[in-house]
Structure formats: C-alpha cells, structure tokens
Design a protein around this ligand. Structure first.
Ligand code: HXC
Ligand code: NAP
Length: 293
C-alpha cells in the first residue's frame, strides 16, 4: 500500500470546496487532505454537532479553515441557504463534492415505498439539489474554473442486488455527471466522478456489513489486490480531480477498487482458485484433445 500524500504543498490554495457529508468517513478524509493542500473547506450534513466537532479537529490537525454548515441535501431551500452561507464566509465557492449518501442492505421486497424514496432522495435528489443550486449560481455570477466531483460506486453501472435503491440512485448520479460535463462545459464547469471499491468507514460498514457479516464476507477477499482501500488513496485521487492539474479531465468516472468489480465480471476469473500443480494436468488434457481432433 502506498499512502504518501500526492500533490505538492499549496496545490489547492485559493480554492473553496464544499463537501456534503463531510463530517464523517470518506468525506472527512477528503476534507482533511484538501485543508492540508491549502483549500478552505465547508463541511455539511444534517448533524451540526458532529460537523462542529469534525471542523474543530480538522482545523487543529491541518491549520486550515473549515466551516461547518448544517444542510439536509434533500431540501432545496437548505441547499440554497448552505451555498449562501459558504459564499458569505469565503467570497466564492469553486468546487462542490457530492459525497453525502444513505444506504443499507435489504431484500428489495422488504422495503417500504418510503424506505426506497429515502435513499433516492439523499443520493440522487440530494446530488441534483446541490448541483442545480451551485450550477445556477456559477452561471449567474459568471464564475468559471469551477467543478463538481460526485462519489458514486462501481455498481452504478453493474447494478447490485440487496442495495437496489442505492444502485438506482448512483446510476442516476453517473448519468448526471456525464450529461452536465458536456452541457455546462461552456460555463467553465467540469464534472467528474469517483467510483470507490471497499473503503471501510463506520457509516458504510454498520449498514452494509452489520454484526458478523463483516467476518463472513471479508471484503478484501473480493479484491484482486487482496486488501481494502486506504482513505488517503481516495483523498489523493479526489484532490487531483478538484485541482487545476486535472483541468482537461471532464466527464470521467475513475474507479479506485483494486480491481474488485472486474473480478466479479470476468467469466473465467473463478479459475484463480485452481492451484498451480493442477494446471499441468489441465494443460495436458487440453493438448491431448487437440492432437486427436
Ligand atoms: C428496511 C429500513 C431500514 C432497514 C430504515 N428503513 N432502515 N427499511 N431495512 N435496515 C426505512 C424506515 O423504516 C423508513 O421507512 C425509511 O427507511 C426511512 O428511515 P428513517 O430512519 O426515517 O430515515 P432517515 O432518518 O432519513 O435515515 C436515513 C437512512 C440512515 C438512510 C435510513 O441509515 C442514514 O441516516 N444513513 C446515512 C449514512 C449512510 O447511510 N451511510 C452509508 C453510505 S455507504 P418507513 O416506511 O418505515 O417510514 C454507501 C456505500 C456504497 O453508500 C458502496 C459500498 C461498497
Ligand atoms: P458515511 O460516513 O456514512 O457518509 C455519509 C455522509 O452523508 C454522512 O456524513 C452523513 O452525515 C451524510 N448524509 C446522509 N444523509 C444526508 C442528508 N440527507 N443530507 C446531508 N448529508 C447527509 O459513509 P462513507 O462510507 O464515508 O460514504 C461516503 C460516500 O462514499 C458515499 O457517497 C458512499 O456512497 C460512497 N462510497 C463509500 C464506499 C465505502 O466503502 N465506504 C464505497 C463506495 C462508495 P449526517 O448523518 O450527519 O447527515
């Protein structure tokens, strides 16, 4: 594992970055690195106490400036107020990182209509609310060199059983990313996405691998590189994508999963279970058939 910090000091100087769901997990890890690189960071979520504690800790660790603002992304009025608060504080916002999410495992037939809606509302409608509010603001104020980074998942394109509302919503977010990358490029906005594989966080693991599921389904075993991701690995990629170093990257989704989704996809990938010595016998059998035909 290589977890050195990637970008040069000051690489995000002068940028203000809003991170939804920035009070915990991956949002917090990305926020921390943005602060270390010189950005001002606004962290938002529903829980203001949590945000305040995180902002204080991050400011102490990084000596950067981190503003906590309460905002339920499901509510457009709250999103507009959050944007106003960020602009009032820092003069402008340059980057929106749509990271907030809701998810839990469940057989789909056990979900109420409201349960399904809840996930769609946080992930798809929440990303839409933030993107629309920030996009309109950037267009109205003629601010350019702005960007939106969306956190999706690899099942945005494969789909996944037992997390169907999340898969449905993340697929929508990916379509939004690619669509607006084209439509709003003329306003100086870039749109990209990251599709992380397993990166342990309390929020995700409590809801996706509750109880002893985390031992029964060791996520590392699903990954060709045989490990889960480290938060700094994701933060390095996110920092690159929100920095000016990626100024020509637009409409892209970058997977960072150690090869996990491809391992599930390749038809003969299961053959990895075959020990080396058996390959001699298999090769001999195949060659024998060829010489007889
Ligand atoms: C079935 C459930 C349920 C469960 C809640 N509901 N949990 N149904 N099984 N385990 C139902 C409720 O009964 C209710 O429906 C509806 O869902 C809304 O629930 P509330 O608790 O009222 O919602 P709310 O307080 O808004 O909380 C949202 C939440 C919660 C999504 C349910 O878990 C949350 O706050 N999550 C935020 C953080 C999070 O999820 N992080 C993980 C992201 S991980 P009824 O009909 O009863 O009213 C991720 C990783 C992807 O996305 C890939 C990993 C590899
Ligand atoms: P997490 O810590 O639970 O993060 C989710 C965040 O979203 C929380 O900070 C939560 O804060 C916020 N949130 C939830 N509902 C909200 C709402 N209505 N309005 C505003 N904020 C809301 O989990 P995580 O693992 O770091 O997930 C972060 C992102 O990575 C998500 O997009 C997730 O889908 C994605 N992802 C994670 C993994 C992984 O392995 N961890 C893999 C693939 C993708 P509050 O509760 O305070 O509102």
């Amino acid at each position: 594992m290589y977890t050195q910090k990637m970008l040069r000091d000051g690489a995000l100087n002068g940028k203000t970055i809003v991170v939804t769901g920035g009070g915990s997990g991956l949002g917090k890890a990305m926020s921390k690195y943005f602060l270390e690189l010189g950005a001002n960071v606004v962290i938002t979520s529903r829980n203001l106490d949590k945000l305040k504690a995180t902002a204080e800790a991050l400011e102490q660790e990084t000596k950067g400036t981190c503003l906590p603002l309460q905002c339920d992304v499901r509510n457009y009025n709250e999103v507009e107020a959050m944007l106003k608060g960020a602009v009032e504080n820092f003069g402008k916002v340059d980057v929106l990182l749509n990271n907030a999410a809701g998810n839990f495992i469940s057989p789909t037939e056990r979900l109420s209509a409201n349960a399904f809606d809840t996930i769609i509302d946080i992930v798809l409608k929440g990303t839409k609310n933030c993107t629309l509010a920030f996009g309109k603001h950037w267009i109205d104020t003629k601010q350019t060199n702005t960007s939106v980074l969306n956190i999706v998942t690899t099942y945005a394109w494969t789909g996944s059983a037992y997390v169907v509302p999340s898969a449905t919503a993340k697929a929508g977010v990916l379509a939004m990313t690619r669509s607006l990358a084209v439509e709003w490029a003329k306003y100086g906005m870039r749109f990209n996405a990251i599709a992380p594989g397993p990166f342990p966080t309390k929020g995700a693991w409590d809801r996706l691998l509750p109880g002893d599921l985390k031992d029964k389904f060791d996520m590392a075993k699903k990954v060709p590189l045989n490990r889960v991701g480290d938060h700094q690995e994701l933060a390095n990629l996110a920092a690159y994508l929100v920095s000016d170093f990626s100024a020509y990257v637009n409409g892209e989704v970058i997977t960072i999963d150690g090869g996990e989704w491809l391992k599930g996809a390749g038809q003969f990938n299961l053959l990895e279970a075959i020990p080396e010595e058996i390959w001699d016998q298999l090769e001999a059998m195949i060659r024998a058939k060829k010489s007889k035909s």
